[in-house]
Design a protein around this ligand. Sequence first.
Ligand code: PEP
Length: 254
Amino acid sequence: MRQPLIAGNWKMNATRTSAEALLSGVIAGASALSKTEIVVCPPFPFLSLGERLLSGTAVKLGAQNVCTKDAGAYTGEVSAAMLAEFGCRYVICGHSERREYYGETDAVIAEKLRACATQDMIPILCVGETLQQRQQELTEQVIAGQIDGVISQIGIEAFNQTVIAYEPVWAIGTGMTATPEQAQEVHAFIRQKIADRSQAIAEKIRILYGGSMKAANAPDLLSQHDIDGGLIGGASLIADDFLAICRAGDLVAS
Ligand code: PEP
């Protein structure tokens, strides 16, 4: 059985004070959970705080982005080595907001996965279709393209150390959630795509669902066969809400 993973994507939210309170709340609640792997991904300025507070706890630290380059004249960028130095284990790569607002292509995202590998960090590769693409019945084609675009550049072996997050763009931050059946269908498709290249990797790779997951819908989503956890935006900003989803992860793993 794949261990459930619940990762909180804080996006560009929190202040130093609220970040400290949120981290402390998550740490306190997480100590009662044993089956779910819990990750928080604060903005870059709070990684140092995260490293300090999470040290010695089971909650892991992640980043929301990484530069494709190792070092040098890339103003405003943050390298994989810097993230690793501050204790990051995970890095969200190719979030739809980065694809849409910052023009990240599959080729760039593949380079980000490669950068993560140099530091033994685990990328959370986000894929997902827009509402228009879903309505045009292009969901599988879009997702296949996003996954193939990465595999063709860095190879299937990189997925030994990768988490995939299926995040339908129309469900992110909208309150609209894919039904458990809709999500399961796409997750099964993603796992089959990986299986076409490597059955062993397909069986062990964790595929998270992301898109308005909250305490109320988490149990049904997480109990789907191919849903191995969640990437949580809005609900990760309130410790109790985030922990309720983590508890749902623990329950399905029991
Ligand atoms: C996300 O941005 O990754 C996300 C899933 O956001 P939300 O939970 O707010 O829909």
